[in-house]
Design a protein around this ligand. Structure first.
Ligand code: SF4
Ligand code: SF4
Length: 408
C-alpha cells in the first residue's frame, strides 16, 4: 500500500501496523534517481516531491524547529514527515523534546535531521558574514552526533548537516568531509548535507560539484536581493542529484518591528515552492495556528493575484522588514566594529520569530552583545535591504533587557 494513498499519519500508522509494514513507504530509497517530480496524494491532494538522490518522498512543507511536544505530535499527525533540528537549538533542549515526541513512533515513519555546533569565523571587512572555522577538530563532529543521538533516543538520523557554511573552502574542507563520511559508513546518518545562509550560490555550487553531499539546506525567500542567483544554483544542484531543502522561507515574518504588518506567510512559502527544484521547506511554525496556515498550502502551490501583490507590500509602504540576508555588505562600515550581520540576525529571531533565546544565543556565540549602538548618536551603516541598524539594535537591546527582568 502506498503512503500517498493515505490521508493522515494516524490512518497510515493504523493501516501500516495492520499490515506489519508501518512507515516504510516514506523512507524508501528504491527510486534513487535524481528527481524533482511533483506528485500529489490520491486522497489528501498534498504535494510531495522527491529529495534528490536520497529518494525520500516528502510533503513540500516540513517542520523547521521544535517548540513543544504537542505541536510536533500534531504536525506528524497532520502529515508532516521531516523534522529539522540542530544541537545548537535552545541549548540542546529541542533535540530532547523531539526525542520525547517521537519515542513511540516507528523509526521509519519520520525523517529527522540535525547538525553539530562548530566554531564560527568572525566576519571580515567586505568578506563573508557567516561561515565556519576550518580549525575545529573533526572528532567534535563525530562526538556531537553521538550526543545528539542520545538526546533524540535514536540509533541514526536521516540527515546530518554541516551548518552555517558560507564558503566553498568550508564546503570542501577534507577533514570535515572525512568525519561525515565515517558517520555515514558507521550508519549513524543515512545522508549528509550542507546548510547555508550566507554566500549561498557559492556553497550550493561547491556542494553540487563535490559529489559528496546528498542534500543542501539553504536560505531562500522572496526578499533576498540575490534570490535569482540562489535559484539558479539550486537548479544546478538539483540537476546534479542533490536534495534541496529551503529555510528562512518567510523572510523575518513581519514587515515592521511593531509586528503590526505580518508578511503573507502562505504567499512567501508558495513563492519558494514555485521553484520545483526546492523539494521541501522548513518554516519555523511556533503554534497550531501557524502550523495549519503553513500546511494549508500543500494542496495548491499556485500564487493568487492578491498573494503576489502582498509580497510587494513592504515596498508599497516603505517598510524594510526584519530579515537580514547575511550578505555582509555592511561589514567594516561601523567605526565601533559592531558585527552588524549578527546583530541584525539576532533582531530577526527576537522580533520576527519571537524567539528571544535564539536571539541571545546568536549574539553570545559571536563577539558579545554588541550594544555599542546604545551609545552611538548616528549610524553610518547602510544596509543592502534598507534595515535601520541603530533603531534595530536599540529594539533588540530593549527586548533583551525586558526578558532579563522577567527571568530575574
Ligand atoms: S549605531 Fe553606531 S555603533 Fe551601532 S552599528 Fe551603527 S555606527 Fe555602529
Ligand atoms: S544588515 Fe543588511 S547589509 Fe548587513 S548583512 Fe544584513 S542584510 Fe546585509
Amino acid at each position: 500500500m502506498s503512503v500517498e494513498r493515505l490521508t493522515s499519519r494516524r490512518e497510515f500508522l493504523k493501516q501500516g501496523a495492520a499490515a506489519g509494514v508501518a512507515g516504510t513507504a516514506f523512507l524508501s530509497t528504491d527510486a534513487c534517481t535524481p528527481s524533482s517530480e511533483e506528485g500529489a496524494t490520491a486522497s489528501s491532494g498534498d504535494v510531495f516531491r522527491t529529495l534528490g538522490r536520497t529518494g525520500i518522498r516528502l510533503p513540500v512543507v516540513s517542520m523547521g524547529t521544535c517548540y513543544g511536544i504537542t505541536l510536533v505530535r500534531a504536525a506528524l499527525d497532520e502529515g508532516i514527515v521531516y523534522l529539522h533540528t540542530s544541537s545548537s537549538y535552545a541549548e540542546r533542549k529541542h533535540e530532547r523534546l523531539l526525542g520525547e515526541a517521537t519515542r513511540d513512533l516507528p523509526r521509519d515513519s519520520f525523517v529527522i535531521a540535525t547538525s553539530p555546533e562548530l566554531r564560527y569565523r568572525y566576519p571580515k571587512e567586505g568578506g563573508r558574514s557567516l561561515d565556519l572555522e576550518t580549525s575545529s577538530d573533526p572528532a567534535t563532529i563525530v562526538k556531537s552526533l553521538e550526543e545528539s543521538l542520545q538526546r533524540l533516543g535514536l540509533e541514526y538520523v536521516d540527515m546530518y548537516y554541516l551548518a552555517s557554511v558560507g564558503s566553498r573552502e568550508v564546503t570542501l574542507h577534507e577533514p570535515y568531509l572525512r568525519a561525515y563520511e565515517r558517520l555515514k559508513e558507521d550508519g549513524k546518518t543515512r545522508f549528509v548535507g550542507i546548510a547555508t545562509h550566507s554566500n549561498e550560490p557559492e556553497v550550493i555550487r561547491a556542494a553540487a560539484e563535490s559529489s559528496f553531499w546528498d542534500v543542501v539546506l539553504t536560505a531562500y525567500n522572496f526578499r533576498q536581493s540575490h534570490r535569482e542567483q540562489i535559484g539558479a544554483a539550486i537548479d544546478d544542484a538539483a540537476t546534479a542529484g542533490l536534495g534541496i531543502v529551503a529555510m528562512k522561507t518567510q523572510a523575518g515574518v513581519y514587515w515592521d518591528s511593531n509586528r503590526l504588518r505580518k508578511i503573507n506567510m502562505k504567499a512567501a512559502l508558495k513563492w519558494v515552492l514555485q521553484n520545483e527544484n526546492v523539494h521541501t521547506t522548513i518554516p519555523a511554525f511556533a503554534n497550531f495556528e501557524e502550523m495549519r496556515e503553513d500546511m494549508s498550502i500543500m494542496k495548491n502551490l499556485a500564487l493568487t493575484t492578491q498573494e503576489k501583490r502582498d509580497l510587494h507590500l513592504g515596498d508599497e509602504l516603505g517598510l524594510s522588514g526584519l530579515y537580514c540576508q547575511q550578505c555582509g555588505s555592511c561589514l567594516g562600515q561601523c567605526p565601533a566594529g559592531v558585527d552588524v550581520p549578527t546583530l541584525m540576525r539576532s533582531r530577526m529571531y527576537a522580533l520576527g520569530h519571537q524567539d528571544v533565546g535564539k536571539a541571545r544565543q546568536t549574539l553570545q556565540c559571536r563577539n558579545g552583545t554588541d550594544m555599542a549602538c546604545k551609545h552611538c548618536e548616528t549610524c553610518s551603516v547602510r544596509c543592502s535591504l534598507g534595515l535601520d541598524v541603530r533603531s534595530g539594535a536599540l529594539e533588540l537591546a530593549r527586548l533583551l533587557e525586558v526578558s532579563d527582568e522577567l527571568l530575574a
